[in-house]
Design a protein around this ligand. Sequence first.
Ligand SMILES: [Zn+2]
Length: 356
Amino acid sequence: MIISKDFPGGNISVISVDGDRVLLANEIRDTTQDWFYWAFHVTGCAGKTVTFDFSPKAWIGYWGPAVSHDLKKWAWGGETAEDRQSFRYTFGPDEDSVYFCHDLLYSTERFERFAREKGLAVSALCLSEKGVPQPLVTLGDGSDTVLLTSRHHACESTGTYVMEGILSELCERPIPGVKVLAVPFMDMDGVMAGDQGKSRAPHDHNRDYIDAPLYSSVRAVKALAERENVVYMFDLHSPWHLSGRNDVAFEVRKNVDMRPAQVRFGALLEAECRKAPEAFQYRTENDMDANVEWNQDTAMNSSSTGFFAHRAGVRVCFSLETPYFGQPDNIATQDSLLALGRCMARAIRAAYEKGV
Ligand SMILES: [Zn+2]
């Protein structure tokens, strides 16, 4: 059996292999608190049943690990122990190469292929700290700009599926007068390296909207804010691993003065979701107002939405949190998250047409 993290997004440490039981841990790297992301590749197990054990950490989701054979299609699989510290997987007789991940991994390669297939205009937002061009999608040419971002926190894959759904809908049916700018990978290096990305030392990309940002992508987005007429800004995230609020989709609002517009937008998004049962469902009752729980202005003003929600001209801005797993009647899958993105696009159109 060979267990590897040698692929984009890979993150694992093998502690021990004892027969058909493997003890593993995820790599925290420069994250300053405990976090849950992991992804690994297994070869040489065809026909065997193997237990992958993360104990004492319960870093397996409700529906088991995400399983893939090509890093493109991901589905929930395996048999998860009740304590969610381990899962067992039976490899088919010809199943010799399998990827397992904490969540529905969304790779930079997937986005490149998507952009190619849709004929999207992709330019370089900037070069990452490692010298990699970071994609910026430009869609439409109106005088009002809708800005979308994801992966301020590298591991938060669900937001990029939502972004893909938004862009799919809007390239098929553009909104007259609107230009969409989308940055799928704010922390490009972290996504490729399989970092947690959340709470990096000394701070992560979503605490970098300060006078002198550390990260080139944040400097580039701030420059873009200066030259574009941004009217809506949506930053697409995934929440904590699971439980409670982390199992539902919700707006995280900044700037109480913007609350009426955020509430109107939430109602429009909920209405679109109710018309699309295939979509991961969002309900506005789950939204989080400014200065509730961890969403305190004092801590969040250096976040992307803290920055944009207080800018002149920006009418609607929030983070949208979409769960890694969801609930039994509302499960996060590649398709349900893409469909939620399409609902989001329709809500953007409805809001724009109503002058929200
Ligand atoms: Zn986040």
